[in-house]
Design a protein around this ligand. Structure first.
Ligand code: SF4
Length: 465
């Protein structure tokens, strides 16, 4: 397995059943996703050339994925020439071992972290903890999740399932420096987090980050963020270790013009990111003295081999698809059993991890196929197309296989279809009593076949019309 399934997570339908019964969670989610959704729509509507930008982003990503080996080798060469060190990790275990070794070599037992999906994907914090190294999350929402001993439930706002009162309780319980009279006023909560983190930033000698993009032609790596915590982590410590999925590389610096427009508008509904940090290797007297770039595969090469599924690798983790998804809005992020929730999680996790577990086999079905995710995706990933494709590959129950086999055989031949319609018309009473599969017929009427099929009616009446 290339990526650990969240331990103990049940398949999506079971996890979602529990989540939809939680009215507080649904209220928190509805409020938060509704606000982000409207703001994103307004930010996108400001750009007259949004469709062209979207198409351009899609084409840049497809071109890069089509020549991935070439651009990754170029990136490695340029990063190395600029004084960085590039490491290649086949899977989560290799990536964790590399990062753990690098931190150990510094002699430190604590690292500060910039929010990173790649490190969540590989379970880096847990791996570091096993090696006696504490990883301190510095993004506010990630900090809330970490202090609450919780799991992230959104790509961009990992604590979206928490409201202000819950956050205050978490801070009071797990943040020693939080004032005793801490209120749930957002400014007071942010101030408590700021004080807590500042001491960590100033003491940190090692930082771990992810990367939003890396430019092959220059060897430049970029992180975009809103809080400034990333800038602190990327500039103050002596050693910087960046874990980056191999699909994040872009050919040229000019390509950033497109992505630095579509990403902030799609994610935080901002015209530009408040903090965009870019660095190329190491610069004497400025920033970290050692830079390590860990290039992570972890199922991406296998995903790239799938002609339909590979479009998931275009994802820039903006989270717009989560905010418009009616299933995500009700089930929340934890039900997806992976760090990648929502529509993108439903197509990415089963490809990175394979369809072998119950959780992953259930994820392609966690959608109504309404298509809202495709409409908002800034890199035009046809998520419904990939969902249907993965449903076809997911392991089936014997009864499903039999039913689909029979339907396929009947639909493949006009004569067999006519015979099946005739037989269905003759067994109308039995169909009326049909209750299986229950999950479907409990909430829907089974249509009763007509006594006479259209074909039979046409044959009998054709001469009279
Ligand atoms: S699939 Fe598209 S909309 Fe969803 S997070 Fe990725 S880039 Fe954003």
């Amino acid at each position: 397995m290339s990526m650990p399934t969240y331990l103990g997570m049940p398949p999506f339908p079971d996890a979602a059943r529990e989540a939809v019964a939680d009215t507080r969670l649904r209220r928190n989610l509805a409020r938060a996703t509704g606000t982000i959704r409207e703001r994103r729509a307004a930010a996108v509507a400001e750009l007259a050339d949004w469709d062209e930008l979207r198409e351009c982003a899609k084409q840049i990503k497809d071109h890069t994925l089509g020549h991935l080996g070439h651009y990754l080798r170029m990136l490695e060469e340029r990063v190395t020439a600029a004084g960085g060190v590039v490491h290649w990790a086949r899977d989560a275990a290799e990536a964790n071992a590399i990062v753990t070794r690098l931190v150990r070599e510094t002699g430190e037992t604590e690292v500060v972290k910039v929010k990173s999906m790649a490190t969540q994907e590989i379970g880096l914090n847990e791996a570091l903890a096993e090696a006696g190294i504490a990883a301190v999350e510095t993004d506010l929402a990630e900090l809330i999740v970490q202090l609450g001993d919780d799991r992230p439930s959104h790509l961009l706002v990992p604590a979206i399932h928490r409201n202000r009162a819950e956050i205050r309780e978490i801070f009071r319980r797990a943040m020693p420096s939080a004032p005793a009279d801490l209120t749930d006023d957002p400014a007071a909560l942010a101030e408590a987090a700021r004080r807590h983190l500042r001491a960590r930033f100033l003491a940190a000698r090692v930082a771990v980050s992810g990367a939003n993009f890396a430019v092959a032609e220059t060897g430049t790596v970029l992180v975009v963020e809103s809080e400034g915590n990333g800038r602190m982590c990327l500039t103050l410590p002596e050693t910087l270790i960046t874990v980056m999925g191999i699909e994040k590389v872009l050919p040229t610096a000019r390509d950033l013009e497109v992505f630095l427009q579509v990403l902030p508008r799609s994610s935080t509904a901002e015209r530009m990111n408040p903090y965009t940090s870019a660095w190329t290797g190491v610069t004497p007297g400025d920033g970290p003295r050692a830079f390590h770039l860990v290039l992570l595969d972890n199922g991406r090469t296998a995903t790239l081999a799938d002609a339909v599924g590979r479009q998931a690798l275009r994802c820039i983790r903006c989270s717009a698809c989560l905010n418009v998804c009616p299933v995500y809005a009700r089930a929340g992020g934890h039900a997806y059993g992976s760090p990648y929730p929502g529509p993108i999680g439903a197509i990415l996790s089963p490809q990175l991890r394979g369809l072998g577990s119950d959780v992953d086999a259930s994820l392609p079905f966690a959608s109504s196929l309404c298509g809202a995710c495709y409409e908002v995706c800034p890199v035009a990933i046809d998520i419904p197309e990939v969902l249907v494709h993965l449903r076809g590959k997911a392991p089936k129950k014997p009864s499903e296989r039999l039913a689909m086999g029979l339907a396929g055989a009947a639909l493949a031949s006009p004569r067999r279809l006519a015979a099946a319609q005739f037989a269905a018309g003759r067994s109308r009473r039995a169909v009326r009593r049909l209750r299986a599969p229950r999950a479907w017929t409990d909430t829907r009427d089974v249509p009763v076949p007509p006594a006479q099929s259209f074909r039979a009616w046409w044959k009998a009446n054709r001469d009279r019309t």
